[in-house]
Design a protein around this ligand. Structure first.
Ligand code: AMP
Ligand code: MG
Length: 336
């Protein structure tokens, strides 16, 4: 493929034209940048897997801009899905539903379900409308790397591998959507995100009563059933080239690990800095809230790689609210 076109947000008609011709075009959403292709063009979808180096058993999320596009993908919308759609669409919530037979197998990696989201980002919505098709859009990064939250990060990973990138603003939320299976009696969170488990529980309870939120729906990522239901969770994810070390603030009273050698280049990101950490780190980012931590994590990882950092110390956060999603990403980034 020849060089990747840089499009402004006023050139979406050009992006849509490329998509209609079976091309792949990256674009901003409120979560991370997505790599788009028309959902009913299997050859274009195959190009996405190739450009990302994505394992073929990891299904894609389809992005829609209207209720009529939902009808192209599923025959039936369950009561649970209707409640969550009313509460959270457009927004960073992906729903896994039973698919229509026409939805390409390459898109769902052979599953009989399809993951769907209506983004709230105006550029994303407009591109989908102009392409006149639902768009598959996994994160626009090489597989395994931190997701791209800026168009420059898309170029760093995918230049010359994709047709175009829409050069919008850095993304607002910075971590991927919450993925929820709504094929059963209760919603089951398969991947944590900005729409929290607590918010989903509260929405369900307010509509159906407390029985709608049994403890069993709090599926942990290590759960065997989850791995089968959400194949993507088994792959390596979100990893910079630097080694990520996750530590708890309580450990700071004990001697904090210093660089093994003076040659080792160290960075730090978290909520509560200490003089010791700041002193040892060549780069550091103090975040004022968990939201800010999540929004900045991937761009910080990429900046560390650009500056040849060896080790990134990341402060762990309590697993509640958005902290659950942030800890999921940090734990995967730190996995060997
Ligand atoms: P990405 O687009 O790279 O952020 O990843 C998409 C996520 O959605 C992965 O974790 C997939 O496993 C998950 N996903 C996509 N389609 C399905 C599906 N039909 N059933 C369960 N999980 C899905
Ligand atoms: Mg991804």
């Amino acid at each position: 493929m020849c060089s990747t076109q840089r499009l402004t947000t006023s050139e979406l008609d050009r992006g849509a034209e490329l998509l209609k011709l079976g091309g792949v075009v990256a674009f901003p959403t409120e979560t991370v940048y997505g790599l788009g292709a028309c959902a009913f063009k299997p050859d274009a979808i195959a190009k996405i897997f190739q450009a990302k180096g994505r394992p073929s058993d990891n299904p894609l999320i389809v992005h829609i801009a209207s209720a009529s596009q939902l009808d192209l993908l599923v025959e039936h919308v369950s009561e649970v899905a209707k409640i969550l759609i009313a509460a959270y669409w457009p927004g960073p919530l992906t729903l896994v539903m039973n698919k229509r037979p026409e939805v390409p197998t390459v898109l769902t990696a052979g599953l009989n379900t399809v993951a769907i989201r209506m983004p709230e980002h105006q550029v994303a919505l407009e591109l989908i409308r102009l392409a006149d098709s639902p768009l598959v859009a996994p994160s626009a990064n090489r597989s395994g790397r931190p997701s791209a939250t800026t168009w420059q990060a898309v170029i760093d990973d995918l230049d010359s591998r994709i047709d175009a990138v829409v050069c919008g603003e850095p993304t607002r939320l910075g971590i991927e959507s919450t993925v929820v299976d709504v094929t059963g009696e209760y919603p089951v969170v398969l991947r944590h995100g900005s729409i929290t488990q607590e918010a989903i529980n509260a929405t369900m309870s307010s509509k159906i009563g407390p029985t709608a939120t049994p403890a069993s729906m709090n599926v942990e990522s290590s759960d065997d059933g989850l791995l089968k239901r959400s194949p993507g969770t088994r792959h390596r994810h979100y990893q910079p080239r630097a080694k990520v070390i996750l530590y708890s603030h309580d450990e700071i009273d004990s001697p904090f690990p210093l660089p093994a050698s003076v040659q080792e280049r160290v960075a730090w990101i978290g909520l509560e800095p200490t003089n010791h950490l700041m002193h040892a780190s060549e780069m550091s980012r103090v975040c004022g809230s968990i939201e800010e931590y999540a929004a900045n994590l991937y761009s910080f990882f990429r900046e560390c790689d650009n500056r040849h950092i060896d080790k990134i110390y990341c402060q762990s956060v309590p697993k509640q609210g958005l902290g659950t999603a942030l800890m999921d990403r940090l734990t995967r980034a730190a996995a060997q």
